[in-house]
Design a protein around this ligand. Structure first.
Ligand SMILES: Cc1ncc(COP(=O)(O)O)c(C=O)c1O
Length: 412
């Protein structure tokens, strides 16, 4: 490690998402033409009309002062009701914290659970932010292997754990794989965590985007456990379900009151509170949630069902994703590694995708928890992630250009 690296943050390389984001912007500037953006999980559809109205009304009425660190009581009550009826999760206003985006809620949750030397179990193919946040909170991430179909195996997780393990992170539907875990799989992971005395973080940002099977909230599996003994902390987002990515609104349903009290401390230090008008927009979004989330799911499912099959037929995608907004392509037959593939695709076809190896970084840490070196899982060398929540015309063009590019690379 170079001696001038002082902070953990300084030791973390910028993520594959950030890099491709910048490269796509630079290309647009250079060429003056629009890039087909299949790299970001930003939807092409907008929030329901009542969401903007509620935001603007709150601003105009002057509801623009701080709320408590936990969030507006009315919004928290609406979320608790939503969790009860839609997710079968038994939460309470006292255990529910609103956050400016679920990303920030996750970061604060991790800070509130971290202790010196503690380890967190993450899947070896993960959303890079989960890894970055774990490191920044002071956790030592331990990456557990996934099966050939990217599903977690409790035995492999148990084998990767150590006496220092404190948290198991579950993300279903998963970013980047689109894998959806069923009730039995979640139950097995929860049993393992309970037996070992771990916390579970369940990131359910894509809860409404299921194309096969049903979404099961991990916390619903412990609704009959006394509150004080519960271990599942659930993280949810308004961004995906209600197309509110730029509003920045999410929430964390803590397992028990003690955990909620601790997280309030980290939130007070982080944010003081979530934007007040945005929280009013959130109340409106929850009122129209059944129609909005249902419609948004249909729009993304249409993209998946109609526009992704050519990738399956071409042998680039093993199967259509069961949930979420992303598909992992395997571009091995081009002979290009994922980074070169993404670079050349952007350069020659104007299509931005994310090199999949960036979701499989393997950091080596020093005694202080800083990254001393890193590499990428070799099996991820030919994976490339695309987002299919984008405008269908853009997706169709992007898929067509990817297929052309693969064809041309095969002929070279
Ligand atoms: C798995 C996962 N969790 C959480 C988030 C964060 O969403 P937000 O902060 O917009 O609520 C994302 C965003 O892409 C995600 O992919």
């Amino acid at each position: 490690m170079s001696p001038d690296i002082l902070s953990t943050a300084e030791s973390i390389p910028s993520s594959c998402l950030h890099r491709i984001f910048r490269a796509a912007e630079a290309r647009e500037e250079e060429t003056g033409t629009e890039v087909v953006k299949l790299h970001v999980g930003d939807p092409y559809f907008d929030p329901a009309g009542n969401v903007a109205d509620a935001f603007v009304d709150a601003v105009r009425r002057g509801d623009t002062k701080y709320t408590g660190v936990e969030g507006l009581p009315e919004l928290r009550a609406a979320v608790v009701e939503k969790l009860r009826t839609d997710n079968q999760v038994d939460s309470a206003v006292s255990r529910l914290l609103i956050s400016p985006g679920s990303c920030q809620g996750l970061a604060a949750l991790l800070q509130s659970l971290a202790e010196p030397g503690a380890e967190i179990l993450l899947p070896e193919l993960h959303w890079p932010v989960h890894l970055q946040q774990s490191l920044l909170a002071g956790f030592r991430p331990v990456l557990y292997p996934l099966g050939a179909d990217f599903r977690p195996d409790p035995e492999a997780i148990a084998a990767a754990a150590t006496p220092r393990t404190r948290v198991l992170l579950i993300n279903s539907p998963a970013n980047p794989t689109g894998v959806v875990l069923d009730r039995g799989e979640l139950g097995a992971l929860l049993d393992l965590a309970r037996a070992r005395g771990w916390h579970v973080i369940s990131d359910e940002a894509y809860e409404h985007f299921l194309y096969e099977g049903e979404h099961v909230s991990t916390a619903s599996l412990e609704r009959d456990v006394p509150v004080g003994e519960r271990i599942v902390h659930s993280v949810f987002s308004f961004s995906k379900s209600f197309a509110m990515t730029g509003y920045r609104l999410g929430y964390v349903a803590l397992a028990n009151d003690k955990a909620a009290d601790v997280m309030k401390v980290s939130q007070e230090a982080n944010i003081i509170g979530t934007s007040t008008p945005v929280q009013y927009a959130g109340i409106a979004a929850l009122r129209s949630r059944a129609e909005a989330a249902g419609l948004n799911r249909k729009l993304v499912q249409h993209n998946r069902d109609v526009l992704l099959p050519p990738l399956v037929e071409a042998g680039l995608l093993r199967e259509l994703p069961a949930g979420g907004w992303y598909a992992m392509l395997d571009v091995e037959r081009t002979g290009l590694d994922a980074e070169t593939f993404a670079e050349r695709l952007l350069e020659s076809k104007g299509v931005a995708v994310v090199p999949g190896n960036g979701f499989a970084m393997r950091p080596q840490l020093d005694a202080q928890g800083r990254i001393s070196s890193h590499d990428y899982a070799p099996w991820a060398r030919h994976l490339v992630r695309i987002a299919f929540c984008v405008d269908p015309e853009a997706l169709e063009t992007g898929v067509r250009k990817i297929l052309e590019f693969v064809d041309e690379s095969g002929r070279k």
